[in-house]
Design a protein around this ligand. Structure first.
Ligand SMILES: Cc1cc2nc3c(=O)[nH]c(=O)nc-3n(C[C@H](O)[C@H](O)[C@H](O)COP(=O)(O)OP(=O)(O)OC[C@H]3O[C@@H](n4cnc5c(N)ncnc54)[C@H](O)[C@@H]3O)c2cc1C
Length: 329
């Protein structure tokens, strides 16, 4: 199999590397300083002014929303194979993806909104996300169940007239700590009596819905998840209009399959990690604030292994077994 990049991808890689050299690496020390200031102030999840200042330049250079797969909205959309090498470059600096509006969970959420919402919902929710003005969170994982198998999710989404009423505890909701987080996509059960694959649904819940409680930020191995905030959230009888249910009752797994949330999303989400190593790049020789960074042996092993990973360029679904017309689902 030929793993070489197309001329189009090589050009994008060169552009993004230049962006990093010109703007991202020189901003690392400023960003670190800013985060430490936020931590000292007791809120490391505040909006980063360093990132906000870089976004207009990313837009100006056309390096904006490259995650978006091909669609009418994104005729230049990239396939998995084209996007993955860019993830690797963006991963060289942990916070950099947000400069290009490519940070999780917004990327997966924007794909869901692009495919499964009405034009009116897109105008209100998707456009501000695509513009990088608001953020979003995906609320699936629950503290009391084995959430790696999402058929266990217990959050209840019950219909009463023209509304759905939502009750559930969610945690590790990344992005919900950001003060600009305006929208949650919540996964929960609409029909506990249905077959396991047909019980779960996804519903749009504005973060401003009265009564929602953001209880705390969950730590990961002692880290605070600065910038995003992995939040512990309680939904206690919150009501949303029935139009907020995506695709249809019991179709949550279909959405997950047809978007990047659970299909190639994990490899794409993981792909920046080898980039963190900066192995095989000019980085080991490059001085950054605080000294020269050397990719350690472990990182180099990760990077070597990564070169053997082949991402599926097209992934089929039950509805579209060949993955036709859907390069990155
Ligand atoms: C940094 C970070 C960000 C996250 N962001 C989000 C987010 O934005 N939204 C969200 O909803 N969630 C998020 N999560 C949560 C993540 O999706 C879950 O942690 C993951 O799905 C695993 O679920 P769990 O924690 O319930 O673990 P469990 O499902 O309880 O699994 C624990 C362990 O048991 C193993 N295990 C489970 N079932 C079996 C079995 N039947 N047999 C053998 N072994 C088994 C698993 O492999 C695992 O090793 C995030 C997590 C992290 C760390």
């Amino acid at each position: 199999m030929d793993f070489s990049h197309s001329p189009k991808v090589e050009a994008l890689r060169a552009d993004s590397r230049r962006f990093f050299e010109d703007l991202i690496y020189p901003a690392e020390a400023r960003y670190q300083h800013e985060i430490e200031e936020h931590r000292r102030a007791g809120n490391p999840w505040q909006t980063s002014q360093v990132i906000e200042a870089l976004k207009p330049e990313a837009q100006r250079r056309g390096f904006w929303n490259p995650f978006l797969p091909y669609s009418e909205r994104a005729p230049q959309g990239l396939s998995n194979r084209e996007y993955a090498p860019l993830c690797e470059i963006m991963g060289r600096v942990p916070w950099a993806a947000q400069v290009f509006n490519c940070s999780a969970p917004d990327t997966g959420n924007m794909e869901i909104l692009e495919r499964f919402t009405t034009p009116e919902q897109q105008l209100r929710r998707l456009d501000p996300l695509l513009a990088g003005e608001i953020r979003s969170a995906f609320l699936m994982t629950e503290p009391n169940v084995t959430s790696s198998d999402a058929s266990n999710i217990r959050c209840s989404i019950r219909r009463y007239g023209d509304e759905y009423v939502i009750d559930g505890d969610k945690w590790f909701s990344s992005g919900a700590g950001d003060p600009r987080c305006a929208l949650y996509i919540v996964m929960g059960r609409t029909d506990p009596a249905a077959k396991p694959g047909k019980q779960q649904s996804m519903v749009l819940v504005p973060a401003s819905t009265p009564g929602i409680e953001v209880l705390r930020a969950v730590q990961v191995f002692g880290y605070d998840g600065a910038l995003h905030g992995h939040m512990d959230i309680r939904l206690l009888g919150e009501r949303v209009p029935v139009e907020n249910l995506l695709l249809g009752a019991g179709r949550g797994f279909e959405i997950a399959q047809m978007s990047t949330r659970t299909r190639p999303h994990p490899p794409l989400h993981a792909h920046p990690r080898p980039g963190r190593a900066r192995a095989g790049t000019a980085v080991p020789a490059r001085a950054v604030a605080g000294g020269v960074r050397q990719a350690d042996q472990r990182s180099q092993r990760v990077a070597r292994a990564d070169r053997r990973i082949a991402l599926p360029d097209r992934v089929g679904t039950a509805a579209d077994p060949e993955g036709r017309g859907r390069p990155r689902t």
